[in-house]
Design a protein around this ligand. Structure first.
Ligand code: LLP
Length: 419
């Protein structure tokens, strides 16, 4: 979002206050142009015979976002059978979808296989069961390279203590099973975690995967996962996608020569494609001075955006209603009845009751991690597409939240609850 003399404007030029006027708050707003630009930039960064960018649906699942990315040429990375079904409903072909679950039931894996999507297996017992049930089937194998890629400990997943993947040291066992069960390993995969700080660490992990890939004769693709970091703070570092693209492409092309076949380079970015496209717009319900700080309390909380509370994540916040106001120091807090902090000691243009604040980087893992905690409905979502604001999800209502509950009529038959 940029500040102009007339106030803040969304990246493609729309006035966010106009969108609030139309759709109210709290509201998630996504700018399609930012998603398109990120996708194009990523494609251009790689120079390989075949590239497949499988968008990680878990970041933001709205079907319109899936369609937008599908239209650009993306495939999908799904972690639940429901994400797979949503992808099929959005018009993706089964083979454009890779299913990379962890600790799901075998029934779910069987179902995904029956739908024809690519199945990525991350545990030896599962591989064994899959091979017994579907001899001759094609699979992808998720390996754990035992690399700590940096970033927040809760979102680093390629290290030795992580539940994910088959240890690279178990390769001999994998090879025996693959041979015995006549499986065709079409792909190998790693994902070291979100928010990679150092491209060298990412590239070191890919070396481990190349080394593992050599053991399989029938590969069609190598999937390097994701974790590309975007800036959250104004002066934050970002993954230099051009450098990673150049270095990984060169290494990948050499590997293909050595392997004797042109393979597809796969990636599965979530954050990189959608984080920066999203803004979460909230209204200030109260401004309260205590002995310790000035609190600005807004009409949302960690029920809608949990990242600050879960990962101590920084999300930039601006005051749309007083863009040129004098900065003062605030704790921005939510309405949830427990500690619920969006920002601490943050300089923000003076906030008054009723002011609309914009919380940045709300495209990835914001709505998709939202809940009904404190019995609050989840907000609406709006997509700014070619200059127009489209409602792509209405806000939930009390009825939505009551719909799945089943009141037992005779639960307290003798109790007189009239007053
Ligand atoms: N592939 C796999 C196998 C994954 O587990 C993930 C993310 C991705 C791809 C996409 O990663 P990305 O490009 O978005 O970094 N909720 C957290 C991050 C955990 C993501 C879990 N897996 C957050 O809000 O930062």
């Amino acid at each position: 979002m940029k500040l102009s003399p007339d106030g803040y404007r969304l990246p493609s030029g729309a006035d966010p206050l106009e969108v609030v006027h139309q759709h109210g708050t709290p509201l998630f707003v996504y700018d399609a142009q930012v998603i398109r630009d990120a996708y194009t930039r990523m494609v251009r960064a790689f120079d390989v015979p075949a590239l497949s960018i499988n968008y990680a649906v878990k970041a933001l699942q709205n079907i319109n976002i899936l369609k937008l990315l599908g239209d650009l040429g993306a495939g999908l990375d799904c972690v639940s059978i429901y994400e797979v079904e949503a992808g099929l409903q959005a018009g993706f072909e089964p083979r454009q979808i890779i299913f990379t679950p962890s600790a799901v039931s075998f029934e779910e894996i069987k179902f995904a296989h029956a739908l024809g999507v690519r199945v990525n297996i991350d545990a030896i017992p599962l591989l064994e069961r899959f091979g017994v049930e579907f001899p001759g089937a094609s699979v992808c194998l998720r390996f754990n390279p035992h690399v700590f890629a940096g970033g927040h400990r809760k979102i680093s997943v390629g290290h030795i203590n992580s539940k994910f993947g088959i240890s690279i040291h178990q390769l001999p066992h994998v090879l025996r099973l693959v041979k015995r069960l006549d499986l065709r390993v079409e792909g190998v995969h790693i994902h070291t975690g979100s928010d990679i700080l150092d491209p060298d660490v990412f590239l070191a992990a890919t070396e481990i995967l190349f080394n593992t890939a050599k053991a399989f004769d029938d590969l069609e693709y190598i999937d390097f996962g994701s974790g590309f970091k975007v800036a959250y703070r104004p002066d934050d570092i970002e993954t230099d996608i051009e450098t990673i693209g150049q270095r990984l492409s060169a290494r990948f092309n050499d590997f293909c020569k050595e392997y004797g076949k042109d393979l597809t380079l796969m990636l599965e970015p979530g954050k990189y494609l959608v984080s920066r496209a999203g803004y979460f717009l909230v209204r200030t319900n109260m401004v309260k001075q205590t002995t310790a700080a000035v609190f600005a309390g807004v009409n949302s909380g960690f029920n809608h955006l949990i990242r600050p509370m879960l990962y101590d994540a920084y999300h930039h916040i601006v005051n749309l209603s007083n863009p040129h106001g004098k900065p003062r120091i605030y704790n921005v807090v939510g309405y949830i009845c427990e500690t619920d902090t969006f920002a601490i000691d943050r300089p923000i243009a003076e906030i008054r009751e009723g002011d609309i604040l914009a919380i940045f980087n709300a495209g990835a893992y914001a709505f998709s991690m939202a809940s009904n905690y404190n019995m609050r409905p989840r907000p609406a979502e709006v997509l700014i597409l070619d200059g127009k604001a489209h409602l792509i999800r209405r806000a939930e209502t009390l009825d939505d939240m009551m719909r799945t509950q089943i009141p037992l009529p005779d639960l307290f038959p003798d109790k007189d609850i009239t007053v």
